[in-house]
Design a protein around this ligand. Sequence first.
Ligand SMILES: [Zn+2]
Length: 211
Amino acid sequence: MSATRIVLLGPPGAGKGTQAVQLAKHLGVPHLSTGDLLRDELKRGTALGLKAKTFMDRGDLVPDQVIIDMIHGRLEGTLGFVLDGFPRNIVQAQMLDKVAIIERVLHIQVPKAEVIARSIARRMCESCGRNYNLLSSPPKKEGVCDVCGGKLIQRTDDTREVVERRYQVQYENEIEGLLSFYRAKPGVLREIDGRRSVDTVFQEILRIVAN
Ligand SMILES: [Zn+2]
């Protein structure tokens, strides 16, 4: 039987979100990302959402316990989940351990230089919002959207400086602690070479969760 309680780890820009969405769909379990959870709780005006909002309105990070409670709430009545973007550090991993037994942790590895090159090559159509990547999925005509002819722009958070900072804060500073936490659990952690195509990586993920 497939593993269904899965955590994806990897640097921002490694394609983790794309893999998480595909995997969740394949397994028929929810894809849980902290951003989506927060947005959803806020939209529904739940007690947890309102609690999170008081921190966000002050410009503070939402406390780990609030995020854990949101995840916990979603686990009831499901066979599993694909967690994307959580846990971010060893403290969160320990908290998560108390509410769910994680069967597989998939670490998608992409070298720093490649993550940065990929991220700064992202472009978005300012009219229709379609995403492009000058390295992997360029538009047919430079600077112009294939679909609507709109102008392609670079998001302000995809500059080299911001991308490097995001890599350091969201990944580099915490990943070793997280890996050692999950390495201590036999058979849970698997390393995946994320330099390959989205499809190749996905096929490997399917093999890993199947046994
Ligand atoms: Zn467009």
